[in-house]
Design a protein around this ligand. Structure first.
Ligand code: PNW
Length: 474
């Protein structure tokens, strides 16, 4: 019998969610629309015309949801705060009822011995700020810093782990480039401006948080850092990889971790923008020392030069759009990585997670790493007896947790893992069709049923070890 893979005793075993994907109650307690409320009401944008109006009603069921997490054995929970619940116009004083919800949630978690990690921005920009120009406008970064201070002051005494932004790549390039995410704009120059202002928001927000919180608290950012691979080592393919790596990783990690954009990014994107929106002092403001780095990983990205690809190849897995999320990269082709795929069409490749962790372990030495999202969508259905068996998800988790364990053996300082997601929820442009949860949600009754993967993962959390074989979960 091979030995189980044992993790360090303090390793955090969590699950992750985000506000708009689970809360519902979009008109309660003073909340106003975010860009996602608006986007969902725009015909043709979200599968089935689904919205987050009710989502999984977590706003009213949070006590049950926390009890469920505790019952499973989780030791950490990553959730996000809805900006328009706290600051309905994106400016000015906070709505206490909005903040009170998160206070109650955090107290409930702490009472169950579950460590909260708060994400400040998981894509739900107050619509009023989008009406004023959104992320392509510099002002939005200042507004974010103000919002960060409000939430930091309200929760900083009881939440130690803070994440400024979730996946700014998606906010900038899916929101303003390909338009498959809110606000649905398709302007590559605006997308690059948005990326810079998200970076600035991260830096100013980090400083704002530190100004109002106890020094022991940890500040991080969660990036969907891509693992970019090429189909060959031909120079033009390697150049395609370098350019996509700049646009996926360097554009955020460069300023945040090293205080500079990758030198070649400016030339690569010169025909789209002259970057004159970067002002003196911005890079210093963005480059704040961080306590930790959050990595979100699902699948690698495989590229070649367009000339080395069959005509029309564009399998980048980022949703349906005639507009590319990659500014000034029309001569790059995206390929499907070989291998089994999840319901998202994303190839399952745990070696990518190991590669990603090792890269950032070297690029950001001394920074604690957390896997702040990893998981898989499958077409889960209850059996006649009401149970939900998802052996594919167990296999996915087994493979990726083994990769995390290997990275620790190889010297990486990984401190925790958050499964995406705690429960089935609103999967953005895919609506409720894609199920990422470890817990099944029946959308007719909103009843929660742990899938076999939830039991399996709970056992991992309780024992601090991944079984050598992927069986179990009952
Ligand atoms: C992440 N892409 O989204 C988000 O942080 C979650 O809210 C989401 O539910 C989860 O992953 C699953 O999709 C992504 O096109 C959305 O590359 C799209 C992409 C990546 C991540």
């Amino acid at each position: 019998m091979p030995e189980p893979l044992t993790f360090p005793p303090a390793f955090l075993w969590g699950a992750a969610t985000s506000a708009y994907q689970i809360e519902g109650a979009v008109r309660e307690d003073g909340r106003t629309p975010s860009i996602w409320d608006t986007f969902c009401r725009t015909p043709g944008k979200v599968n089935g015309g689904d919205t987050g109006d009710i989502a999984v009603d977590h706003y009213h069921r949070y006590r049950d949801d926390v009890a469920l997490m505790a019952d499973l054995g989780l030791t950490a929970y990553r959730f996000s705060v809805s900006w328009p619940r706290v600051q309905p116009t994106g400016r000015g004083p906070a709505v206490q009822r909005g903040l009170d919800f998160y206070r109650r949630l955090v107290d409930e978690l702490l009472a169950h011995g579950i460590k909260p990690a708060v994400t400040l921005y998981h894509w739900d920009l107050p619509q009023e700020l989008e009406d004023a120009g959104g992320w392509p406008e510099r002002e939005t970064a200042y507004r974010f810093a103000e919002y960060a201070a409000i939430v930091g002051e309200a929760l900083g005494d009881r939440v130690e782990q803070w994440i400024t932004l979730n996946e700014p790549w998606c906010s900038a390039f899916l929101g303003y480039g390909s338009g498959v995410h809110a606000p649905g704009r398709t302007d590559p120059a605006a997308a690059l401006r948005a990326a810079h202002h998200l970076n600035l928001a991260h830096g100013l927000g980090t400083t704002a948080l530190r100004g109002v919180m106890p020094a022991r608290n940890s500040v991080a950012v969660s990036l969907n850092s891509s693992v970019v691979r090429t189909v060959s080592d031909a120079p033009e393919d390697l150049d395609a990889k370098r350019r996509i790596d700049n646009l996926a990783n360097g554009i955020f990690h460069g300023p945040m971790l090293h205080g500079a954009y990758p030198e070649t990014l400016f030339a690569d994107t010169a025909r789209v923008t002259d970057w004159s929106f970067v002002q003196q002092g911005d890079l210093g403001a963005i480059h704040q020392p961080l306590d930790a780095l959050g990595l979100n990983y699902y699948t690698p990205t495989l590229v070649s030069a367009a000339e080395n690809a069959p005509a029309g190849a564009r399998a980048d897995g980022h949703g349906e759009s005639n507009h590319s999320p990659w500014p000034a990269a029309d001569d790059v082709a995206f390929h499907q990585t070989p291998g089994d795929r999840t319901e998202m069409g994303w190839t399952i490749d745990p070696t990518g997670l190991h590669e990603l962790i090792m890269r950032y372990s070297h690029e950001a030495p001394g920074l604690a790493l957390y896997i702040t999202e990893n998981g898989a969508a499958y077409d889960d259905k209850p059996d006649p007896d009401g149970r939900v068996h998802d052996p594919e998800r167990i296999a996915y988790l087994h493979g990726h947790l083994s990769a995390v364990r290997q990275s620790i053996t190889d010297g990486a300082d990984v401190r925790g893992y958050y499964l995406w997601s705690l429960m089935d929820n609103f999967e953005w442009a895919y609506g409720y069709e894609k199920r990422f949860g470890a817990v099944y949600v029946d959308y007719a009754t909103l009843a929660r049923t742990p899938k076999s993967s939830a039991r399996w993962y709970g056992e991992v959390a309780r024992t601090g070890a991944v079984p050598s074989a992927e069986t179990g979960g009952e």
